[in-house]
Design a protein around this ligand. Structure first.
Ligand SMILES: NC(=O)C1=CN([C@@H]2O[C@H](COP(=O)(O)OP(=O)(O)OC[C@H]3O[C@@H](n4cnc5c(N)ncnc54)[C@H](O)[C@@H]3O)[C@@H](O)[C@H]2O)[C@@H](O)CC1
Ligand SMILES: Nc1ncnc2c1ncn2[C@@H]1O[C@H](COP(=O)(O)OP(=O)(O)O)[C@@H](O)[C@H]1O
Ligand SMILES: [K+]
Length: 493
């Protein structure tokens, strides 16, 4: 699914109005009905609903939502806000339509703000994607009040005060909803960890905006859901054999960190590679043979770290990094690998830190190499950013400059392609914030590369399946109990 920016969303709206054709008022009605459908599944009719409306089209949605809910039997009150600025035409039209159902109460000063009983669900329809400046004055006072309540808050389209596609300043006043019900596509700002408090649990509801516009309009940002992920899966053919599915090499582990090698190796095999060889330091030989009998093991001459690059001819992809440390002989191994490799490559963990500390190596990265940094590793690679929009932009510039693919890990991992396009992941949960889950991801992606998946597909699909396995694991055991081995166990495809 494409993630459009605020201007594109306005154009999408206008395109739909012109080409369907549908009046903008009817489109607002459709959006409001879609919101109400979600709302009625979430909150029973006995919950009173108070709707707080601004004067733009988001406020217009709020008025229409209030009318539809009231017609549906909910006890609804509407609060309109008296702040400078002109009301939109569709807001005014909906205010007229509302009048035979509900008489709105106007808030002209913060002292007019009502006492809100505990059971009331508040709907935030103050400002939407038309936000163009920080919220001030009465509107900001109202947001502060709403945020001080313990009531459930549902934002229409986007929390009031939150920008759609740019960073807010730290002291901006923004609604902190429990839920956001957003129209047609997720918004870029929902992907940023800095905005977690300003989205709550967010849900996309379709409102029938033009498919044609969505298809023909280029976007830089995407949201990878089930369908987009599954279309990348290459089905296994009846007469295939283990040679069909490639031979992966994982260079992993060091003394005290052999677990990272085991986890990435298991995940690699569970993701369909035909053959796997693990290259590990001598201390890891028995550990590998016992814990992963399906893998072959080549042993480094060094007891505790990897120092020797195995002959690469046999392998269809290489993954390096999990648990390898940063000792000088390992740095030299990484350099030699970059000088000689002719197959797809994944670089993770300490191998990324080696790149950060030996920046001349960055110029040796083969095109379409996949890098899987967590935010700290990314910061070491690309430097500081003052907010997460800037960090993402730094990631795009890095990917374009070095022609690599970056999986910037976290909730909604951003897979940044070498043309700068970003695919945010939809799976995964906070239970995965535990040691070793990144090693599992390395194994999965290396496996897909070995099977000759295009690097873009390996990154996007690998990240998706990794999160999905984490979600299955969390559903069975809960998030706190989840460990990286569970993610491997719940891979299933
Ligand atoms: N394209 C879509 O997907 C649809 C959007 N609809 C609704 O329309 C909304 C967008 O409507 P608008 O563009 O009217 O946007 P808003 O409802 O956010 O209002 C924008 C208006 O508020 C003013 N404004 C901006 N920042 C302000 C601030 N900080 N303080 C005070 N006033 C401020 C602007 O000058 C403008 O007049 C969406 O969020 C959604 O709720 C739906 O009605 C229909 C379909
Ligand atoms: N809150 C979260 N929601 C979803 N996924 C998460 C969350 N926290 C971590 N993850 C995922 O878990 C993995 C952690 O990787 P990483 O930090 O490298 O761990 P390690 O180095 O211990 O293996 C990443 O794939 C990341 O996307
Ligand atoms: K809103």
């Amino acid at each position: 699914m494409k993630i459009f920016n605020a201007q594109q969303i306005r154009d999408w709206d206008a395109y739909t109005i012109a080409h369907e054709p549908v009046s903008s008022l009817d489109l607002m009605e459709r959006a409001s009905q879609a919101f109400v459908k979600w709302f009625c599944n979430q909150f029973v009719q006995t919950r009173p609903v108070w709707v707080f409306c601004g004067k733009g089209n988001n406020g217009g949605d709020g008025l229409a939502i209030a009318r539809i809910l009231s017609t549906g039997g909910y006890d609804v009150q509407v609060y309109t806000i008296d702040y400078p600025g002109k009301a939109s035409a569709d807001y005014s039209a909906n205010l007229e339509r509302l009048k035979s159902h509900i008489t709105p109460t106007q808030i002209a000063a913060i002292t007019d703000f009502p006492e809100v009983p505990e059971q009331v669900v508040c709907i935030d329809a103050l400002l939407g994607t038309g936000l163009s400046r920080p919220v001030e004055g009465l509107l900001s006072e109202i947001i502060v009040k709403l945020n001080s309540l313990t009531n459930k808050i549902v934002s229409v389209d986007i929390a009031s005060g939150l920008y759609t596609d740019q960073s807010n300043a730290q002291d901006d006043v923004i609604v902190k909803p429990h839920f956001t019900v957003t129209f047609q596509c997720p918004k870029l700002s929902f992907m940023m960890p800095q905005n977690a408090h300003f989205t709550g649990s967010w849900h996309v509801v379709p409102i029938g905006l033009s498919e044609e516009y969505a298809q023909q309009t280029p976007a830089s940002y995407y949201f990878t859901e089930k369908k987009a992920a599954e279309t990348r899966i290459q089905p296994r053919q009846k007469f295939s054999h283990k040679g069909t599915f490639g031979h992966a090499l994982l260079v992993a582990g060091s003394f005290g960190k052999m677990g990272a090698a085991v986890l990435s190796g298991k995940a690699c095999l569970r993701s369909g590679a035909g053959l796997l060889t693990m290259h590990v330091p001598a201390c890891g030989y028995e550990i590998m043979q016992i814990s992963l009998p399906e893998a072959m093991t080549t042993v480094d001459k060094h007891e505790k770290i990897n120092t020797q690059l195995p002959e690469l001819d046999a392998y269809s992809a290489v993954g390096i990094g999990p648990g390898i440390g940063k000792e000088q002989p390992t740095v030299e191994l990484v350099e030699k690998l970059l000088d000689t490799i002719g197959v797809p490559l994944l670089i993770d963990a300490d191998a990324l830190n080696i790149l950060s500390e030996n920046r001349q190596l960055l110029d040796k990265l083969p095109a379409k190499t996949i890098l899987t940094p967590h935010p700290k590793e990314f910061q070491r690679l690309a430097g500081d950013s003052s907010n997460e929009f800037e960090r993402l932009e730094a990631g795009r510039q890095f990917a374009i400059r070095h022609q690599v693919i970056i999986c910037l890990k976290g909730a909604n991992t951003a897979v940044i392609l070498s043309n700068g396009d970003v695919h945010f992941n939809s799976t995964g949960n906070a239970g995965m914030a535990t040691g070793g889950t990144g090693d599992v991801l390395s194994g999965i992606i290396t496996s897909l590369l070995a099977q000759k998946y295009p690097a873009e597909d390996a990154a996007i699909l690998g990240v998706y399946e990794h999160g999905l396995a984490g979600d299955r694991a969390a559903a069975r055991r809960g998030q706190s109990a989840l460990i990286a081995s569970d993610v491997v166990e719940y891979l299933g495809w």
